[in-house]
Ligand binder design. Structure first.
Ligand SMILES: *Cc1c(COP(=O)(O)O)cnc(C)c1O
Length: 396
């Protein structure tokens, strides 16, 4: 770690120490390089940098030392060759698509992905001649049937939002490789602390650093992790030219976030498990969706593929939307917000917020029923969260 990376260190060691390049000042914590450009020692050196003949910084849209520290650390944590940081999770997805695809190409994507990803694929990429076919996350026959000779990417999130369905990454990675496609996994819900998609054969991993990587709701950022062959030749040139680069200040905040990621994810998982078990036993709760419960349809797969079940729990209350809104409005500790992955617990009504754009039939098919509530388990005292939920569930 003193100067160079050692790949055989454990996840926690990478999280705390990865990517550090100390300066001559002897600082212990990483400095923030808030500079838009870099100076050269001579005209010849400038020319060599611009020609790509000499490595080194030119301009912070291309590279920046603080951003590179974050990239190096996250690449080590995901066990990827390289990481490219982006201005947001959405620009990470955009950089993958515009870096790798051209007009006429085709994407097969899980229907249960982040709402804005659906908007990006359906409303924006479609205008550039890139078509998307949507399939059920766990319907492997549907994935297979949807692939055409034009398909370049298979795209998914696992566990899914908000029902926490879990897909077999290895199985879909094999399918992708056998059909000359790339499997892209948005690893936002688990993070590298709980799931390493590249280990199972995924080709690229996406992060919204905005969520658990920061973990305290401060900054917007994203990342793509994968092999140099894809990142160096296709995705970095897009980023460098189009400009959705990560700010060095945000990179520094995320570096601090990564240092506590492992321990925070364990705490989120434990809190979510306890909330899920408490909800399961409530008379007024019809169903609880959490991969850590024995009766979850992919409990065994989640146990094999993940080292924890995650911090997101959703449940259905009896009485539909009125009952769900009553529970949400009765809370005093939970924040009513669609954000997730924060130290503070959040509560959302998916049918009228994150999934309001869908038609009633689409929502029904996706399992987003009117009584569904999604929680992101934070780090408050468990009893306070339970008292909060009890208040709304107890009201007749
Ligand atoms: C939030 C989110 C995104 C988008 O990330 P931003 O940082 O908000 O752009 C992408 N995927 C998932 C799963 C998310 O939760």
């Amino acid at each position: 770690m003193k100067g160079q990376e050692q790949s055989d260190y454990g996840h926690e060691t990478h999280a705390v120490r990865g990517g550090r390049v100390p300066t001559a000042e002897g600082e212990h914590s990483e400095p923030i390089f808030l500079t838009s450009s870099f100076v050269f020692q001579s005209a010849a050196q400038a020319a060599a940098r611009f020609a790509g003949e000499q490595p080194g910084n030119i301009y912070s849209r291309f590279t920046n030392p603080t951003v590179r520290a974050f990239e190096t650390r996250l690449a080590a944590m995901e066990e990827g060759e390289r990481c490219i940081a982006t201005a947001s999770g959405m620009s990470a997805i955009l950089s993958v698509c515009l870096g790798l695809l051209k007009s006429g190409d085709h994407i097969v994507a899980s229907r249960s992905v982040f709402g804005t990803t659906m908007v990006l694929f359906d409303n924006i990429l479609s205008r550039l001649g890139v078509r998307t076919t949507w399939v059920d996350l766990t319907d492997y026959a549907a994935w297979q049937a949807a692939i055409t000779p034009a398909t370049r990417l298979l795209f998914l999130e696992t566990p899914s939002n908000p029902l926490s369905r879990v897909a077999d990454i290895g199985r879909l990675a094999k399918l992708a490789s056998s059909r000359d496609c790339l499997l892209v996994v948005d690893n936002c819900f688990c993070t590298s602390a709980l799931q390493k998609p590249l280990r199972y054969g995924a080709h690229l991993v996406i992060h919204s650093a905005t969520k658990y990587l920061d973990g305290q709701g401060r900054c917007i950022g994203g990342a793509v992790v994968g092999p140099e062959s894809l990142l160096g030749e296709a995705i970095f040139p897009f980023l460098r030219a189009a400009g959705p680069s990560m700010s060095p200040f945000n990179a520094w905040v995320f570096l601090k976030g990564l240092e506590t990621l492992e321990i925070r994810m364990r705490a989120h998982c434990e809190q979510a498990q306890r909330l899920a078990e408490w909800l399961r036993d409530k008379e007024q709760v019809e169903q609880v969706h959490y991969p850590g419960l024995q009766d979850h349809p992919e409990h065994a797969l989640a146990k094999r593929q993940q080292t924890g079940f995650g911090g997101i729990v959703s449940f259905v209350v009896r009485g539909g939307q009125d009952a769900a809104w009553r529970v949400i409005d009765a809370t005093r500790v939970f924040s009513i917000t669609a954000n997730l992955g924060d130290t503070r617990s959040t509560i959302t009504h998916p049918a009228t917020t994150t999934h309001h754009r869908l038609s009633d039939a689409q929502r029904e098919a996706a399992g987003i029923v009117p009584g569904l509530i999604r929680l992101s388990a934070g780090m408050e005292t468990l009893d306070d969260l339970i008292t909060d939920l009890e208040r709304g569930l107890g009201t007749p």
